[in-house]
Design a protein around this ligand. Structure first.
Ligand code: MN
Length: 130
């Protein structure tokens, strides 16, 4: 990992370590913290998710949004009560506290996912229905 630099950071994504996402959260999924805590950005983190064919990210919700761009492959995303088919080029916005989950298609699914560093909504026991 690159040390925090006052003049920023420029790297190829492949130089950022792909870490397995814990099995209680996902199957066959890795995450790269392209811009993460060690970079000490003021507001946002940028992560890249790589979900192998047949992989799944379990249903969950949290008091911050996801801003997603699908780079490669295809799959399905559930946001609240709706399931959306996505593929490379699709943009996905998941509002805070809405339950979501992901399934990779036959080619796998690779996407960028931006999150704020701090929660932006009240923490809830139950997700917002939509
Ligand atoms: Mn999430």
């Amino acid at each position: 990992m690159v040390e925090t630099e006052p003049c920023g950071k420029v790297v190829h994504y492949s130089s950022v370590k792909a870490e397995p996402v814990s099995p209680d959260m996902a199957t066959a999924t890795r995450i790269r913290w392209l811009i993460g805590p060690s970079d000490e950005p003021p507001l946002f983190y940028m992560r890249m998710f790589e979900v192998d064919p047949g992989g799944h990210i379990n249903a969950h919700f949290h008091p911050w949004e996801h801003e997603i761009y699908v780079l490669e492959g295809s799959g399905r995303v559930r946001i609240g009560g709706r399931i959306h088919e996505v593929r490379a080029g699709y943009v996905v916005f998941i509002p805070p506290n809405v339950e979501h989950e992901y399934w990779a298609g036959d080619e796998g699914l690779r996407f960028l996912c931006m999150i704020p560093k701090e929660p932006t909504a009240e923490k809830r026991d139950e997700p917002i229905r939509c």
